[in-house]
Design a protein around this ligand. Structure first.
Ligand code: AMP
Length: 337
């Protein structure tokens, strides 16, 4: 039996726990020492499990405490970045969603495989710098928040970029991808295994420093600047209505592919990340197989969630609604792994 909703205290914890409270669950935050004061400022968190490192969520002490509280854990970006996939997969508490899919998000090879299976249009990949014949974005494996990305348009510019990163102390495996010209869009979906429906709950644009600053200075001053892609925040986006058909096709393609490759498939929130080109094609370069921080824009609901539910439903609350329904219908095992 599930009685409470737990999450790590960062990323989108406030939204997840507020949503859980609104649906009548007790709420639990696993917070770092020193940060619990932030969470105590809000009235909707019932239990505080204080740790020195988020990795301690995998310890016997915290696992037992979560079991005692009959908690389900809602995973988010911090679970992946600070606890790691191996420990997340082995966690001894039930997770809302498909824990086996997290690995497919973190590993570039698996990620590409799932996106191809979903039928997405993807940027071209180049396996060696000699092959580069157009503008490319070079990414580090496992780079978080775009740090360590650079642009290259031939072998020489690639090598210069790698050298520069080395001087900054960044090395490792690099991944060369065609740079797709278009406007970025991050599409927030929710898949309900209970209803079999894919819902669009919102969209956002990441505000990235300093690539988004370039348009603020004239072209002659831009010469020599190497844009960075460090995420600073998120900007809301409402899509042109005629794009929605394509957007649902993307969401459904992802759900079907995840069911085939990573059973039981995606459960709950996921995000497809890419650019819309001027021909209104969507070229995807990433996905997240769990709630993304961009949904924090819509704690009071988004234009799409208000159309769907007629009340303010954040992604966090949507998760709690699914848990509540699954409990009421005796189908809880369909939304947990
Ligand atoms: P990512 O970490 O892959 O989400 O990428 C971080 C940022 O880099 C994105 O938000 C985009 O601004 C940019 N980006 C990544 N891949 C591409 C691409 N193939 N074409 C154009 N821009 C990209």
């Amino acid at each position: 039996m599930i009685e409470s909703v737990a999450t790590l205290g960062s990323h989108c914890a406030l939204q997840v726990l507020k949503g859980a409270k609104d649906e009548g669950f007790r709420t639990v935050v696993v917070t770092k020492r020193g940060r619990e004061g932030v969470y105590r400022r809000f009235g909707f968190i019932d239990e505080f499990l204080v740790v020195d490192e988020f990795g301690e969520i995998a310890s016997e002490e915290i696992t037992e405490a979560l079991k005692g509280l009959r908690s389900v854990l809602v995973p988010h970006g911090t679970l992946i970045s600070e606890v790691g996939i191996e420990r997340a997969e082995r966690l001894g508490v039930p997770i809302f969603g498909n824990r086996w899919l997290l690995r497919w998000e973190a590993d570039r090879e698996l990620k590409g495989k799932l996106m191809r299976e979903a039928g997405f249009e993807l940027p071209r990949e180049f396996s060696s710098p000699e092959e580069i014949d157009r503008l490319c974005i070079v990414k580090r494996h496992g780079a978080a928040g775009g740090r360590g990305y650079f642009l290259a348009w031939d072998k020489e510019s690639y090598e210069r970029g790698v050298e520069e990163l080395k001087r900054m102390g960044i090395s490792g495996k690099f991944y060369i991808q065609e740079y797709v010209l278009g406007v970025p869009a991050y599409l927030h979906f929710f898949y309900s295994p209970l209803s079999g429906e894919v819902e669009l709950l919102g969209a956002d644009i990441r505000y990235e420093s300093d690539v988004d600053a370039l348009g603020r200075i004239p072209a002659e001053c831009q010469r020599g600047i190497k844009p960075g892609y460090t995420v600073v925040g998120n900007i809301p986006l409402v899509l042109r209505e005629s794009l929605l058909e394509k957007v649902f096709e993307l969401g459904e393609g992802f759900v079907d592919a995840s069911k085939r490759l990573v059973p039981p498939g995606v459960i709950g929130p996921f995000c497809i990340e890419g650019v819309f080109t001027k021909e209104a094609r969507f070229v995807a370069f990433e996905f997240s197989a769990r709630i993304v921080a961009g949904t924090n824009l819509y704690i009071d609901g988004s234009p799409y969630s208000s159309l769907l539910f007629g009340k303010p439903v954040s992604m966090g609350r949507r998760i709690a609604m699914e848990l509540r329904k699954a409990l009421d219908e005796g189908r809880i095992e369909e939304v947990l792994t």
